[in-house]
Design a protein around this ligand. Structure first.
Ligand SMILES: N[C@@H](CCC(=O)N[C@@H](CS)C(=O)NCC(=O)O)C(=O)O
Length: 212
């Protein structure tokens, strides 16, 4: 395990892996809100079942957040809610329709990541074990979700909130694990939006390592 940021300032620890897009969402939010002094980021390899991670998250997944007051939190939307509560700057609107729109964008973005991960796992199996039904089903869902995000872009493309951040993280994950889909060619309307986010310090600092 590798500890990043400033250890020991506060006993809130975020367990991440360097390539996890769900963890990237939380890490980028911490950087955007300048909360590095309040949350220590700990890198781990979830597939190796590290004891520290399992002690805080029985699901064995990253991200997981160990808190100084209260039980640990798992699942990136819940962790982002907690991070957002640490200061007065709202990246998730507190109430009203705008709250549900931001959470909807996050749900679509996280769901897109789920599909890409599912497809990648399916394609990584031995040829005999693969079931094209699933890979094809997930590919169709990826296409529908990108169509929806394109059609709804006016709702988030100029926003600086968790919804827009989540969509940008998902597009970054498409680049990492499903580049052959060619989302920029199919959805050029999203390219400018993504590039603006990719140029932000929070995205530069959380970019997956080269060759990952
Ligand atoms: N819904 C969860 C998904 C978390 C997740 O699946 N994380 C992956 C890394 S990208 C993981 O830890 N996988 C290990 C495993 O499935 O055992 C979230 O939003 O945090």
């Amino acid at each position: 395990m590798r500890t990043l940021h400033l250890p020991g300032v506060r006993a809130v620890k975020l367990y991440v892996s360097p390539t996890s897009p769900y963890a990237r969402k939380c890490r980028a939010l911490i950087l955007e809100k300048s909360l590095e002094r309040q949350v220590t980021v700990v890198e781990c390899a979830p597939l190796e079942d590290p004891a520290d991670l399992l002690a805080v998250n029985p699901l064995g997944k990253v991200p997981a957040l160990e808190r100084d007051r209260g039980p640990a939190l798992m699942d990136s939307p819940l962790i982002c809610e907690f991070i957002d509560s640490l200061d007065a700057e709202n990246w998730i609107p507190a109430r009203g329709e705008s709250r549900f729109m931001v959470l909807r964008q996050q749900a679509l973005a996280d769901g897109l990541i789920d599909l890409v991960i599912g497809r990648r796992i399916e394609q990584g199996r031995d040829e005999k074990m693969r079931w094209p039904f699933w890979a094809e089903r997930w590919e169709r869902a990826v296409a529908r979700t990108l169509d929806t995000l394109t059609a709804e872009r006016a709702q988030y493309e100029r926003s600086v909130d968790l919804g827009a951040l989540s969509v940008a993280v998902a597009l970054g994950y498409m680049d990492l694990r499903y580049a052959e889909y060619g989302w920029r060619e199919r959805h050029p309307e999203l390219a400018g939006f993504a590039e603006r986010w990719f140029a932000r310090d929070s995205f530069i600092q959380t970019a997956p390592p080269a060759g990952a």
